[in-house]
Design a protein around this ligand. Sequence first.
Ligand code: MG
Length: 378
Amino acid sequence: MKFNVILACGGSGKRSGLPYNKLLLNVGGAPLLALTISRFYHESISKIIVAYNADDLNAVSKITQGMDNVALCKGGESRADSIANALKYVDDDCDYVIIHDGARCNLPRQCLIDAMRDAVTYGASALYTDSVDSLRQICEDGVSSVAVDRNKIKRIQTPQIFKAKEIKLAYRLAAEDCANFTDDATLFERYIGKPVHLTKGSEDNYKVTTPQDCSIINGGEIFIGNGWDTHRLDVGRKLILGGIEIPHDKGLVAHSDGDVLIHAIMDAILSAIHERDIGVLFPDSDNSYKDVSSVVLLREVLDIVNCKKFKINSVSAVIMAQKPKLSAHIPTIQINLARIMGIDENRMSITATTTEKLGMVGREEGISVSSVAALKRV
Ligand code: MG
């Protein structure tokens, strides 16, 4: 059994609030459209026809370059026009056409397989979900409403799958009628007169439509970085940790103020967003960084985070010091760093440990810090 896919991508995606078509939105490093296309790699699917918006031709061509089973077709004024155009590109020997919204990029594989199976068994299929909300229908007066049994109402998704010959005929008849439908199953029933079998879909298979959808789809992705720093302890220096001066008879030796905690945190943040480390950004050969407060450097790193459109989700750090005892200072340091980074205090966690007098930390020759930062795209 041979299937072709038509992806409806002819809209402008204006409701997403993005300055460009939502199908071009970067989702985890790849455009949303590429993700949708990847849902249809299946041995029975021989062609994927992308009905694109003319404004996006260059971008869509770039995304689909090198995909040998993808064909591009110019979309129309309406969704129905786009599908009607795309049907002309369906292979002659194709048995079934799968019609899918380009913005439903999270289609679970099992839903696709179930819908393909049901299309072959029943002749046509469409995915559905149940409503979790109670439902009411507005009466003819436009004001009052009556309760509707939600078990009898289904929300229809795509893919919707039809016999190739029948859906082509349905669209030809619809064109003669100048009729317009937002849903292929409705058009199919109207002109072919056969029922469409409903196959259980998934809430994951939502259509990316609003700005909220765009941030949800990217919001889950966490970028992790880790950083490590060590500085030597010596007399005649202040001990600064997390921008707070800690009373001690020794301080950390460095080109800057030697705030080893902020240094490790900066490297963790930079690593998470794939930037070079602080040794490259603030070289000790540069005299403008001589004795500089590391808080100033951290603010520069936060500027880079903003420019790359990331935000800090949480930061964790372990301070390894034999002396002084840091326990009493940790809440103050946490609050100070959280304020500088503009995150909730609960997302800035510091622990301190000795090394049981082992190694250079144990001999009180220096202090080391290990840090992990988690960032999200804004
Ligand atoms: Mg350092």
